[in-house]
Each structure stands twice: as structure tokens, then as C-alpha cells.
Design a protein around this ligand. Structure first.
Ligand code: AMP
Length: 275
């Protein structure tokens, strides 16, 4: 595995790569969710590039940028084991310039749900992912369905800006107890972790009711709300949307999402169901 931390070396190395390139962008503190994206990239491509960069521009002023877990040494070992070809771990001072051009997310998709509570978040995500795509020039880039709004916005970015990259959504990986894997799960105390399990329980209940034929999003949302309320977690949103992130009244197979964000202790957790 080639470990690269400066942009000049990355560009020189990329110019020498032949064949199909797959790219996985991460903020590190790698877990099986990240490793599943790497596995998909390896399967479809000749060369897999992974980035580890805790991107300052996607954190709000009162968010956890400084506290965000950073484990570069163990991440390196995991990438090596996973068969990553190039690991790019740049410094923020290399990635950003003075008074940069920025892009705003789409007005309808970018300022609801995660973007409602975190209005600068998706501009930061677009800015860093666009830079990383320009540097790594992948044929395919892999993103988790766990961050559903993110992957849909990035697909729209690739479409709107005529980027020559396929943005590929990959399924959510869960821990044994059902909680979606996230680098932020380490913030949870044992008690909070137990409480957080109402989130996958709500997702599972909804899934079962949909499989049993329920199509009304009002009925399904009520089921989820009841399960979440019992544990007393703070729900930011728990609702059904189409892939353009418009609220929907009835489920349509392969076109609907249930999106959920809740706070457990001080930790914001996301989960969802792609129907
Ligand atoms: P992050 O390091 O949190 O920025 O995540 C990097 C990538 O991994 C993003 O595309 C995430 O959506 C994806 N990811 C994070 N958690 C999971 C998970 N539990 N299952 C699948 N993909 C995930």
C-alpha cells in the first residue's frame, strides 16, 4: 500500500495508475462500514484509493471537529489488511486555500433533514468530495447508504456538474446488536448504547410492517415514533421521502426512504431504510 500525505505526490502517483480506479472517502476511525465500501471498490476496480481526512468545513461551529476520533496508525493497518492500493491522508493546510470558491447544495435537498440542523454541512461535504474526486479521478466512488441524504446530494452533484464518476451507494453495516456502525458510536456510554437500540428497532418494525403490506407513511411513522418515544430519545426527524427528498404519503418500492435522526445523550445518530 502506498501512503501519501501531500497533493503533489498523489497527483504524480495517480498519473501512473492504469485501469479502473475506485475511491472511498472517509474521515477515518475505520469500522466494518468503511471496510465494506473498500470491499466493493476492490471488487469492481483495478486500483482502490481511500482517503482519510477529518474535513473541517463540514462541521458546524459547535460540533465535534476537535473531539472527532482520529486513529491514523490503526486505520493504516486496516487499509493495508483490506488490500487498499493507495491511502491518501492529507493535512487540512494542504486541502484548503485562502478565500476559496464554494458550492452550495441544492436548495430543496440541502437544507432539510440533516441540512436543517446543520445548514453549512453539505456545502462542506460537496467542497471536500469534489476536491477529492478531482485529485483521485476515480471511475467509481463508493458512499454509504447510512448517510442517505449525503449520497443522494453527491449523485446530484455528479449529474449537475457532468462529472465523469459513478457515485455508488452501498448498504448499511450494523453491529451485532443492530446499531448502524458509526465512528461516533464510541461517544455512547453503555446505558446510552442500550437506549440507542430503539433506533434499529424502529427501522426493523417499519420494515416488517411494509413487508406485511402497509403503505401509509402516516401509519408507519406513528409506529416508529412510538418505539422511539418509549426510550425517550430526542427525535430530529423520522419520516418517509422519495429520492428527491420530498415527503411522501405512500410507499413506492425502490423509490422510497425512511430517514431518521435522533440524539442519544449528546450523540446525534442517523439510521434509515431504503425501501
Ligand atoms: P465517514 O468516515 O463517517 O465520513 O464515512 C465515510 C463513508 O463511510 C461514508 O460514505 C459513509 O456513508 C460510509 N459509512 C459510514 N458508516 C457506515 C455504515 N455503517 N455502513 C456503510 N457505510 C457507512
Amino acid at each position: 500500500m502506498q501512503l501519501i500525505s501531500d497533493i503533489t505526490s498523489l497527483r504524480a502517483h495517480r498519473a501512473k495508475i492504469k485501469g479502473k480506479v475506485g475511491f472511498v472517502a472517509t474521515m477515518g476511525a475505520l469500522h466494518d462500514g468503511h471496510l465494506s465500501l473498500i470491499e466493493s471498490a476492490k471488487k469492481d476496480n483495478d486500483c482502490t484509493i481511500v482517503s482519510i481526512f477529518v474535513n473541517p468545513t463540514q462541521f458546524g461551529a459547535n460540533e465535534d471537529f476537535n473531539a472527532y476520533p482520529r486513529n491514523l496508525e490503526s486505520d493504516k493497518a486496516l487499509c493495508e489488511q483490506a488490500g487498499v492500493d493507495v491511502l491518501f491522508a492529507p493535512l487540512a493546510s494542504e486541502m484548503y486555500h485562502y478565500d476559496e470558491i464554494t458550492f452550495n447544495p441544492p436548495k430543496k435537498m440541502g437544507y432539510i433533514l440533516e441540512g436543517f440542523d446543520r445548514p453549512t454541512h453539505f456545502a462542506g461535504v460537496i467542497q471536500v468530495v469534489l476536491k477529492l474526486l478531482c485529485l483521485t479521478k476515480p471511475h467509481c466512488a463508493y458512499f454509504g447508504q447510512k448517510d442517505a441524504q449525503q449520497v443522494l446530494i453527491l449523485q446530484k452533484m455528479a449529474y449537475d456538474l457532468f462529472l465523469d464518476v459513478q457515485i455508488i451507494p452501498c448498504p448499511i453495516k450494523r453491529d451485532k446488536d443492530g446499531l448502524a456502525l458509526s465512528s461516533r458510536n464510541i461517544y455512547l456510554s453503555a446505558q446510552e448504547r442500550k437506549q440507542a437500540l430503539c433506533i434499529p428497532r424502529a427501522i426493523e418494525s417499519i420494515k416488517a410492517r411494509i413487508q406485511a403490506g402497509e403503505q401509509s407513511t402516516l401509519v408507519l411513522e406513528h409506529i416508529a415514533q412510538e418505539i422511539l418515544a418509549k426510550e425517550g430519545v430526542k427525535v430530529f426527524y423520522a419520516g418517509f421521502y422519495n429520492y428527491a427528498l420530498e415527503p411522501i404519503a405512500r410507499i413506492q418500492k425502490a423509490k422510497s426512504l425512511f430517514l431518521l435522526a435522533a440524539q442519544v445523550g449528546k450523540t446525534r445518530l442517523l439510521d434509515n431504510l431504503w425501501i
